[in-house]
Design a protein around this ligand. Sequence first.
Ligand code: SF4
Ligand code: SF4
Length: 102
Amino acid sequence: MDIASFDRFGVEELSKEEYAAKEAGILEECLCATCPTYVAGDAPKGYCFPVVGTSDKIKVEKDCVCGGCSVFKEFKLTHNHYCTRCSQLCQTYKTEAGGGHE
Ligand code: SF4
Ligand code: SF4
């Protein structure tokens, strides 16, 4: 698998400023606050992005609305429930690079 398949956001090639700008754009588009799984007040959202991390507050998975999000479409994301299962990059490593040794 090539790097682009893992690094959907292209973060490997971003400067610190570009990285911050990309994260800010993602937070603006993020639909998590409208999701049934989301717990009010949790921040910063945008859980699909590599450094955001999983939520401390969200413990129960209900539906995930990531599939309808413009970020999901723009960056051709392939997972969901990023708030509880970890970022796109992290889930890709677990499922596709883990070779079944989880
Ligand atoms: S794909 Fe999901 S986690 Fe990522 S910005 Fe959209 S709604 Fe938020
Ligand atoms: S990552 Fe998915 S499940 Fe979690 S709050 Fe965002 S839209 Fe909902």
